[in-house]
Write a protein that binds this ligand. Structure first.
Ligand SMILES: [Zn+2]
Length: 346
C-alpha cells in the first residue's frame, strides 16, 4: 500500500512510499483512508523542524487530520464496515499522568504522550491503517469527505468549551467575539461562535481571496484594519500566534473578558511589553488569558456535532483543494486562495 512518510528532523525527506499492509491488530478497526487535511504542523514536520518517528524507526507516516472508512470491525464494536470514522490524534502517556488517566490526554502533564502522524506514532496518511475503537469517532454519512474537517474543528470545540467553563466563574453573558486569523482554525472558531448566537468579528490581514466572503456567509463581520479600531470583545480566540497581536487582543478585551490563545508562535522576534500596565488591566478588569491545545474524545464529538449543523456549501469553501495522493506534494505548496488543502486517497 502507499503511504506518505518522512524522516523527522531531516528536511525534504518526505516521499510516497510503498509499504506492507498493516500487520494484524486484534481488537482494532481496519480503516481505508479517504482524505488527509494538510496544516502548518505538517509543513513543520516536513521541514525537519518537528516530529518524531516511532521507537526503533527513522521514518514516520505523517497525517493527523484524517478521515477514513471502516473496512473491518471487531466483533462487539459499535462500528461496521462502511462507516465513516475519524481517529483521535493523541494517545495518553503510558505512565499515565492524572489527566491522561482521566481521559483528558489533551491536558497531559508530563509530555510523554504520543501523537499519530506527529510524534512517536504512525499517522493516517496511509491507504490502510488500524484504529483502536476507543480512539475512533463516528462521522455521519451525510458529512461525506468533509469529515476531514473534524480534527481541526476539535481544536476550536475545546477552546469554546474551556471559554464557557471559565465564563461560569461569575454571571456572564458574552455578546461580542473577536477571532484573529481567518485560516481554517479561525474560520471554524467563527462558525462555532455563530452557532452560539454571538456577534462574531474576524480579523485577518488579507482583503481579497475567499476569506472575507466565508466570514460574511456565516453572518460574521470581516476586518483587516488595526485591532485597536475594533469594539472591545467579551471573548477573543487568537488563532495566529503572532506576538504583537497576542498582546493587542489582551489589551482590547472587555472587562470580565476571556482571551483564548490557540496559535503557536514561530520565530524569535522580541516585542517590548509593559508588564506592569498589562498586570493592572488583567487585575482591574477580571480578565483571563489562557492557552488551549489538542482535544479529547468529548471535543471530537462536539466537533462532529458542530460540522453536522453547518451549511455544506460553507464547509466546501473551507476545503479549498482536493489533491490526489499521487500529487500529494501539490497539497503542501501554498496557493494564494488556499484555505484547507486535502490529499484524497483511493
Ligand atoms: Zn499524560
Amino acid at each position: 500500500m502507499r503511504a506518505i512518510t518522512t524522516a523527522p528532523g531531516s528536511a525534504d525527506s518526505a516521499r510516497l512510499d510503498e509499504l506492507p499492509e498493516p500487520a494484524d491488530e486484534p481488537g482494532s478497526l481496519l480503516v481505508e483512508a479517504i482524505g488527509i487535511g494538510v496544516c502548518g504542523t505538517d509543513a513543520e514536520i516536513l521541514s525537519g523542524a518537528y516530529g518524531k518517528a516511532p521507537p526503533g524507526r527513522d521514518r514516520l507516516i505523517i497525517g493527523h487530520e484524517n478521515l477514513g472508512r471502516v473496512r473491518a470491525a471487531p466483533e462487539g464494536s459499535s462500528f461496521h464496515p462502511g462507516d465513516l470514522v475519524v481517529g483521535v490524534v493523541r494517545r495518553p502517556d503510558p505512565v499515565p499522568c492524572a489527566s491522561c488517566a482521566a481521559g483528558e490526554w489533551d491536558m497531559c502533564k508530563n509530555g510523554l504522550y504520543t501523537e499519530r502522524g506527529i510524534s512517536g506514532r504512525d499517522g493516517y496518511a496511509a491507504e490502510r491503517y488500524h484504529l483502536e475503537p476507543a480512539f475512533a469517532v463516528a462521522v455521519p454519512a451525510a458529512l461525506g469527505d468533509l469529515g476531514v474537517l473534524v480534527e481541526p474543528t476539535t481544536i476550536v470545540a475545546k477552546a469554546w468549551e474551556q471559554i464557557e467553563r471559565i465564563g461560569a466563574r461569575a454571571f456572564w453573558k458574552p455578546i461580542r467575539v473577536l477571532i484573529t486569523g481567518a485560516g481554517p482554525i479561525g474560520l471554524l472558531a467563527a462558525l462555532l461562535g455563530r452557532q452560539r448566537g454571538l456577534e462574531v468579528h474576524v480579523l485577518d490581514r488579507v482583503t481579497d481571496g475567499p476569506k472575507p466572503a466565508l466570514v460574511a456567509a456565516i453572518g460574521a463581520t470581516y476586518h483587516s484594519g488595526p485591532v485597536r479600531d475594533l469594539p472591545p470583545p467579551d471573548v477573543v480566540l487568537e488563532c495566529t500566534g503572532v506576538g504583537e497581536l497576542v498582546f493587542d487582543v489582551m489589551e482590547i478585551a472587555a472587562p470580565d473578558g476571556i482571551v483564548c490563545l490557540t496559535g503557536v508562535s514561530s520565530g524569535a522576534r522580541e516585542i517590548p511589553i509593559n508588564m506592569t500596565a498589562l498586570n493592572k488591566q488583567l487585575v482591574l478588569e477580571n480578565n483571563v488569558v489562557f492557552g488551549a491545545v489538542n482535544a479529547n474524545l468529548r471535543h471530537y464529538r462536539a466537533a462532529v456535532e458542530a460540522l453536522a449543523q453547518a451549511q455544506r456549501p460553507w464547509l466546501e469553501g473551507i476545503v479549498s483543494r482536493r489533491v490526489p495522493l499521487a500529487d500529494w506534494r501539490q497539497a503542501l505548496i501554498r496557493k494564494p486562495d488556499d484555505v484547507k488543502p486535502v490529499i484524497v486517497f483511493g
